[in-house]
Write a protein that binds this ligand. Structure first.
Ligand SMILES: [Zn+2]
Length: 220
């Protein structure tokens, strides 16, 4: 659908370190492998605590892990906006920051969160991205992952990517988020692989990721 032979610029925007890798790490790694440019935006990158106020990761660790994961995927540039976890706004300020990034890199495809996710940071990141991408032709929403994907509107898988050749890179990028890997253990990794297997089964390949469309340009 998008393979026009030209080099594409792909912009992936996520609220927290690991969101993008979980949802579209295989797709991004595949894009890099096929010589497209991938740029990532981490809206937070701040220290984070869980709901019991127990520290999950310090600010330095959050940013280091994000950089390590982006490097594994082959991302050419990682923007870290530094908003505090759980307090990402849907605001003129955030939209303006994303406006600047979009104006600078002129992406052909933008990936962001599913708008009916249950995490407030994910929802506001998605809304801010859609506002900032008002003049962009292709915006795709990546599949939410539990525990934040338990919304009241189901995700509709509409576009699939075969990630059979890059599932290992995706998993390595997830493991680079050491604090999350420690928190969720191997069960987390197994669930991610199982979901990719399930999505792959739906399209007749080994592993896949899927997306819902906000808007898509059909290149003929
Ligand atoms: Zn998240």
């Amino acid at each position: 659908m998008f393979n026009t032979g030209k080099k594409l610029t792909i912009l992936a925007i996520g609220a927290h370190g690991d969101d993008i890798e979980l949802a579209c790490g295989g797709t991004l790694a595949k894009a890099v492998k096929n010589r497209h440019e991938v740029i990532m935006v981490l809206v937070t990158g701040h220290a984070s605590n869980d709901h019991n106020n127990i520290k999950i990761r310090a600010q330095g660790a959050a940013q280091q892990e994000a950089k390590a994961a982006a490097k594994i995927l082959g991302v050419s540039k990682l923007h870290i906006l530094g908003y505090q976890d759980t307090f990402v706004p849907y605001s003129a300020e955030l939209v303006s920051k994303l406006d600047d990034i979009i104006a600078d890199c002129k992406p052909d495809i933008i990936f962001t969160h599913f708008v009916f996710d249950t995490h407030q940071d994910h929802i506001r990141t998605a809304h801010s991205t859609i506002s900032a991408a008002r003049r962009q032709n292709t915006i795709l929403l990546y599949e939410p992952m539990n525990p934040s994907g338990q919304g009241y509107v189901p995700f509709r898988p509409q576009i699939y990517t075969d990630i059979s050749q890059t599932i290992d890179t995706k998993i390595n990028s997830l493991k680079a988020h050491k604090s999350q890997y420690k928190k969720y253990t191997d069960t987390w990794i197994e669930a991610v692989v199982a979901r990719a297997k399930f999505r792959g089964f739906e399209m007749g390949v080994d592993y896949a990721e899927c997306f819902e469309v906000v808007r898509a340009e059909l290149n003929l």
